[in-house]
Design a protein around this ligand. Structure first.
Ligand code: A3P
Length: 333
C-alpha cells in the first residue's frame, strides 16, 4: 500500500501554522463578539473574551509550547500588578546574580525580565535557550491554557475589581486607535459588569485560579495586590520559598528582603530613566509606552472615578460571584 511521503519538519510546521491561521479566521467569523476596550471587537472563546491577536496566540500556544518541569508561570488579570510581580519574582529568583546597587532592573524595564505568553508564543524557539527555571507571564484564564502549562507552578496575583476596572480603562483608552471612538467610563463600566473585557470576565478569571490554588496549594501561590502593598516583605519571603530559594538566615541578617522590596517599589521603578521613556515591545506587533505601566500604584483610586451606585453594583456582582468560594477581595480596601 502506498502512503504519502512525510513532509520535512519545517514544512510540516508551516502546514501546522497555516492550519492555525485558517482555524483562527474561521473562529473570528463564527464566535460571539462584543465591543472591545482597545480593539473594535472581542471574541468569546470558551467563555472568555479575547482580542483577535491573543486568540491567535492562544491557538499557537496549544500547538507549539513545550513545557519544562521546572517552569514557573505568573498569571494575572490585566492591571492587577503583573509588572510589579515580574520585578519581584525576577529579583527574588536572581538575587545572587546582581548587586542591589547595580541591578538588571536599573537598566531594563520589568517587562523584559520574562515573556508574556499571550503575545509572544510564536516563534517559541527562543524559549529553549532560557536557563531553568524559566519564568513566563500570562493573562489567560486557567481553563484556556494547555495542560502542559497548568501542570506547572503558578504565582497568581489578583486585585480588587474596582481598581482593576479604572486602571484598565485608563490604560486601554491610551492604546485605543484614534479611528475608533473613545470608550467612555460609563461604557467601560457596563462592559466590565457584564464580564466583557480583554481576558474577562474578571470574576471567572480570578475564580479559575483561586479554585485551583485550593486544590493544589503547593503549586499555586495566590496573592492579592493589596496584600503585597501592605506587607511586601512577607510576600517576598513567600515568593522566595515558592520559587525554591528560601531566604537564608544570613540573607535575612543582611536585609536582602528589604533591598528587593525597595528595588521593586512603585516609586523606585517609576523614577528610573529606563521606565520613563521609550516603548516596550511584546512580540512583533504590540508596543506600549513604558511609562504607562506605572500610573498611581495605589489602593482605592477607584474612589476618584466611580459613583456610589457603580461601587454598589460591582460589590454586589463580586459578592454574588464569589459566594461560597471562600474568596473575598472586599476586606482589602
Ligand atoms: P494603577 O493604574 O492603579 O496605578 P499590570 O502591571 O498588571 O498592568 O498592573 C498595572 C497596575 O499596577 C497599575 O495600577 C500600575 O501603576 C501598578 N504598578 C506598577 N508597578 C507597580 C509597583 N511596583 N508597585 C505597585 N503598583 C505598581
Amino acid at each position: 500500500m502506498s502512503s504519502f511521503p512525510s513532509l520535512p519538519e519545517s514544512e510540516q510546521q508551516d502546514a501546522e501554522y497555516n492550519n492555525i491561521c485558517n482555524n483562527h479566521k474561521h473562529l473570528l467569523e463564527t464566535l460571539p463578539k462584543a465591543n472591545g476596550w482597545k480593539n473594535r471587537h472581542l471574541y468569546n472563546y470558551n467563555g472568555f473574551w479575547l482580542s483577535p491577536l491573543v486568540l491567535k496566540t492562544n491557538l499557537l500556544l496549544h500547538t507549539y509550547f513545550k513545557s519544562h518541569p521546572t517552569d514557573i508561570f505568573l498569571a494575572s488579570f490585566m492591571k492587577s500588578g503583573t509588572t510589579w510581580l515580574k520585578a519581584l519574582m525576577f529579583s527574588t529568583l536572581n538575587r545572587h546574580h546582581y548587586t542591589f546597587s547595580d541591578h538588571y532592573l536599573h537598566k531594563h524595564g520589568p517587562q523584559s525580565t520574562f515573556p508574556l505568553l499571550d503575545v509572544e508564543s510564536y516563534p517559541i524557539s527562543d524559549f529553549t535557550t532560557f536557563s531553568p527555571p524559566r519564568l513566563f507571564a500570562t493573562h489567560f484564564a486557567r481553563s484556556l491554557l494547555p495542560s502542559c502549562i497548568t501542570s506547572g507552578k503558578f504565582v497568581y496575583v489578583c486585585r480588587n475589581p474596582k481598581d482593576v476596572l479604572i486602571s484598565k480603562w485608563l490604560f486601554m483608552s491610551k492604546l485605543r486607535p484614534k479611528d475608533i471612538p473613545p470608550l467612555s467610563l460609563d461604557e467601560a463600566f457596563e462592559l466590565f459588569s457584564l464580564g466583557v473585557s480583554e481576558f474577562g470576565p474578571f470574576w471567572e478569571h480570578v475564580l479559575s485560579y483561586w479554585r485551583a490554588s485550593l486544590e493544589s496549594p503547593k503549586k499555586i501561590l495566590f496573592l492579592k495586590y493589596e496584600e503585597v502593598k501592605k506587607q511586601p516583605e512577607v510576600v517576598v519571603r513567600k515568593l522566595a520559598t515558592f520559587l525554591g530559594k528560601p531566604l537564608t538566615a544570613e540573607e535575612e541578617e543582611k536585609g536582602v528582603v528589604g533591598e528587593i522590596v525597595k528595588l521593586c517599589s512603585f516609586e523606585s521603578l517609576r523614577n528610573l530613566e529606563v521606565n520613563k521613556n521609550g516603548m516596550e515591545k511584546f512580540g512583533k506587533v504590540v508596543e506600549i509606552e513604558k511609562r504607562d505601566f506605572f500610573r498611581k500604584g495605589e489602593i482605592g483610586d477607584w474612589k476618584n472615578y466611580l459613583s456610589d451606585e457603580m461601587k454598589e453594583r460591582i460589590d454586589g456582582i463580586t459578592d454574588d460571584k464569589f459566594r461560597g468560594s471562600g474568596l473575598s477581595l472586599r476586606e482589602m480596601i
